[in-house]
Structure formats: C-alpha cells, structure tokens
Design a protein around this ligand. Structure first.
Ligand code: TXA
Ligand code: MG
Length: 325
C-alpha cells in the first residue's frame, strides 16, 4: 500500500514544514506539523479556509494527550480507551503547545488518534502532532481516496500517501469534554448512544457556551450542483417534471427504481448505512461530475446509524431550496 520509504519521505516533508495528505479511516487529511506556525499556515492557504476554523491535531496514541491538553477529565480517558485508535475527536482545554492558529483562538483543542495503518505509521515515524483538516477545499466534499485529494489540490500538495479508499467514509464524531457536560459537536460513525454508554451520562447538544465548531456550518460538504433531499415518491415526481422541462437530473437512489426518463444520471447507493457512508463522498463527486442542473437524493432512514449521514446530506443541501425558489 504505502512503503516505508514513502513514510520516510512524508516525514521529511513534514519536518521541512510542508504538507502531506494522508489516509485516515474516516476521510483523507491534509496534514502539517502542528507545532509549526508556518507549516499550519499552508493548510489554510491550500484549503482556502478562514483562520477562525480550528484544526484537529492527530496523535499516535492517547499518551500524547497530555502534551496538547490540560485539566483532562476522566471521561476523556474512558472514551480514549474504548474508541481510540478510531473515528472519534475529543475537544479538551488546550495546553501551550496548541497555538492560536490550530485552535482558531479558542481555549480548547481537538485531538484524535486515527486507526488507519498508514496514519499510524506516519504519526509514529513523525513523533509529534499532525494538524489536519479533511483534504478538500473549503466547504466542498471531503476526499475519501488519494485520487479525490489530487483532484482537489493538484500539484499544490506535493506529497499524497495513497492508502486506498477510506473505510468509514464520513468525518469523525466530535465530542466536547472541555466544559461541565459532555457535548456532541458533530455526529459521526460512533453514535451518541455509544458515547453515552461509555460516559454513563447523556450527551448535551451544543449551546452558546460550547466551543465553536465552524466546520459544522449549515452549508458544508457541498457539491457544485444544487442538491435536494426528499422521499422516493416525491423524488420520482420531481425528476419527471424537471426532465420534462429539459433539465438534466442526477439522482442518488437507495430504494427507488430507475424510471425511463431522458437526461437522467442515476447512482444507486448502498442500502445499509455502513456501505452508504463508505461511498457517500465518491457518489456525491460522481453526481456532481455528471454535469446536471440538479442533484436529487433519496432521503435515508431515521435510524441512529444514519444520523451522521443525514447530517452531511443536510449540510450539502443547505441553502438550495432558497436558491431554487
Ligand atoms: O475525520 C475527521 O475528523 C477528519 C480526519 C482527517 O481526521 N478531519 C476533519 O477535519 O474532518 P475538519 O477540519 O474538516 O473538521 C474538523 C472540525 C471542524 O468542524 C472544526 O470546526 C472542529 O472540528 N474543531 C476543531 N477544533 C475545534 C475546537 N477546539 N473546538 C471546537 N471545534 C473544533
Ligand atoms: Mg472538513
């Protein structure tokens, strides 16, 4: 997959203050040495990301938590023991190691121990923390393959480690443990119920006191083509009426059967949540590349394992109803 030599080269790029795109089990990350201001600045420049959007610091193991955070509550240890390495990000009060650029000027820092073997190999060989947002341009669809990363950044990111398609396919669950009560800031493959089981207390929803998580902006993870989400019946009706008007429509179907309509691009998503999440961003890219006027997504089920998928789809669709109206 990725050779030892490639890991060595990537470490050299990180030490020289450069950017390395690397696979994690959730999505690909665009990494830089978290302790170098100059290196971290390059992430913001490459992504076109506003500076008040904080980054996740990736570390090889939970032992390194103490380098980046202080006043670490027992709950962090419990979650780390159960879910790390894995698709969970924990927000804690920051130490002096975490610079304003990494934290967006907040008093907290986001930390994650990824499980992907290439991410692990890179973190172990590098030794320090790697600040890494998802490897996509700001507001756009996350990258789950090395090819996605290259199509987002081209030559601007010289080092891309190819670890195959990301297993989970959607970004990590983010839980804030910096305040009085544990708070879910971003749903992910690890569900609120799983976290509550381990914590032994309910998770709060973010309020005015919670740290800002600007990546949870209403509109995010969005293809260029306007995207709408709806039930299968309505979707088929709308697809028929739009194509009658000569518009080209791209559909992400789950249970709906393909109707015989002209100008229709039709992608069938997996019926189970795991497969759906795994393919989600690749499917959104394919729908976008079909060059249609509108993307219609068949609404996923209500069960808990679909919450994070629905969250991403709603953000991808945000603002479109108004645009079309
Ligand atoms: O799965 C993931 O989490 C991927 C992989 C690469 O690890 N990373 C990722 O990073 O999704 P990014 O930057 O696209 O999203 C990180 C989210 C953003 O919504 C950001 O606002 C939030 O984490 N965040 C980072 N630091 C924070 C902090 N100190 N307080 C609150 N939210 C924070
Ligand atoms: Mg992102």
């Amino acid at each position: 997959m990725v050779s030892e030599q490639e890991i060595k080269n990537a470490v050299a790029v990180l030490r020289a203050g450069g950017l390395v795109a690397f696979p994690t089990e959730t999505v690909y990350g665009l990494g830089a040495d978290a302790s170098s201001l100059e290196a971290v600045k390059k992430i913001f420049a490459a992504k076109g990301r506003p500076h008040d959007h904080p980054l996740i610091v990736h570390i090889a193991d939970a032992v390194q938590l103490a380098n980046w955070a202080r006043d670490i509550p027992p709950a962090a240890g419990k979650l780390a023991k159960k879910f790390w390495p894995g698709p969970l990000t924990i927000i804690l009060r920051r130490s002096a190691m975490a610079t304003d650029l990494v934290t967006g000027g907040q008093d907290t820092v986001a930390l994650r121990v990824p499980s992907h073997p290439v991410a692990q190999a890179l973190l172990r060989a590098f030794g320090g923390g790697i600040a890494a947002p998802s490897a996509n341009r700001f507001g756009r669809v996350s990258a789950t393959t090395a090819a996605h990363v290259r199509s987002e950044f081209g030559a601007a990111v010289e080092c891309v480690l190819d670890g195959g398609a990301a297993d989970v396919g959607i970004e990590s669950t983010i839980v804030d443990l910096s305040g009085d009560k544990p708070t879910l800031l971003r749903p992910g493959w690890i569900t609120a119920a799983q976290l509550q089981d381990v914590l032994g207390e309910p998770l709060a929803a973010p309020d005015a006191q919670s740290p800002r998580a600007p990546g949870t902006l209403a509109k995010h993870y969005a293809p260029q083509t306007p995207l709408l989400m709806m039930e299968a019946d309505l979707l088929l009706e709308l697809a028929a009426s739009l194509t009658r008007q000569g518009r080209r429509v791209a559909v992400l179907a789950r249970s709906a059967h393909r109707p015989l309509l002209p100008g229709l691009a039709w992608v069938v998503a997996s019926a189970d949540a795991k497969g759906y999440a795994h393919d989600l961003y690749d499917n959104l890219r394919r729908l976008d590349e079909a060059g249609c006027d509108t993307i219609l997504i068949e609404e996923p089920p209500q069960d808990t394992q679909w919450v994070a998928i629905k969250d991403r789809l709603m953000r991808a669709a945000a603002g479109v109803e108004e645009d079309l109206a």
